[in-house]
Design a protein around this ligand. Structure first.
Ligand code: DC
Length: 233
């Protein structure tokens, strides 16, 4: 069964998707990391981020892999064409460029094909922007997470601090960058960020993480029963 978790940056998607996957013993696929890895690969090869033909070619040919640390169930490394880009994909310059890469239909077609192939083999929690609408329209459960933009920016800043405690952060700049990226992701022509008609929308602004997880796990239990019933027919 596929569980699709979509929503804007800082809505809690990644943390929630990872915890739900761990609870249910599902695989976990971070599709944003794939658009980010491609952005890093393009920049390191000197390819302009607007060059759709070249980027689509990279997306079709460069393998993107998720690496696992021994003893850990969730992937902790992102590798493209053999290069470990785990840290590079979270840098502000990648944040700034990734929306340009992600709006190109040739890039999306290539990465969506990879996402379907990766998730088809296992029960998987897949997080992104278009998972419930485009990548897995038949997902057993679709969740769309939202939260107040200031709360989302604050969460993103906290995440960056956890990753890099010594790093200096421009908080106002981080907020503005997040709003700009949401706007770009929601208004693009191809596969914009939006809730699927049959998604369950959850506003996490005033919810504790445990409450969000409990709600999704309750939905997942019901969805799993339907999924198993479907398989019996
Ligand atoms: O979830 P994230 O912040 O790591 O996503 C990075 C970028 O990739 C974001 O600007 C939107 C884009 N993206 C997308 O267009 N489709 C997806 N399924 C996942 C991410």
């Amino acid at each position: 069964m596929i569980i699709a978790i979509d929503g804007p940056a800082g809505s809690g998607k990644s943390t929630v998707a990872r915890m739900v996957a761990t609870h249910l013993e599902f695989y976990y696929l971070d599709t944003g990391a794939m658009y980010r890895a491609l952005t890093v690969a393009a920049a390191s090869r000197g390819i302009a981020l607007e060059d759709e033909a070249a980027l689509a070619e990279l997306a079709r040919t460069l393998p993107i892999e998720f690496g696992y640390t021994t003893g850990e169930a969730l992937p902790s490394q992102v590798v493209i064409d053999g290069e470990d880009v785990t840290r590079a994909i979270r840098l502000p310059e990648t944040d700034a460029g990734v929306s340009v890469v992600a709006r190109q239909p040739g890039v999306r077609a290539a990465l969506v094909a990879q996402q379907r192939a990766l998730a088809a083999q296992h029960d998987t929690v897949v997080e992104g922007r278009d998972i419930g609408t485009v990548v897995f329209p038949d997902a057993g459960l679709k969740v769309f997470l939202t939260a107040d933009p200031k709360v989302r920016a604050f969460r993103r800043i906290q995440q960056n601090e956890e990753r890099d405690p010594a790093g200096e952060q421009d908080r106002r700049g981080a907020y503005e960058a997040l709003i700009a990226r949401d706007e770009a992701d929601s208004s693009r022509q191809h596969s914009p960020l939006k809730a699927a008609g049959d998604a369950r929308t959850l506003d996490t602004t005033d919810l504790a993480l445990d409450e969000v997880i409990d709600r999704i796990l309750a939905w997942a239990r019901v969805a799993r029963l339907h999924h198993q019933e479907g398989a019996l027919q």
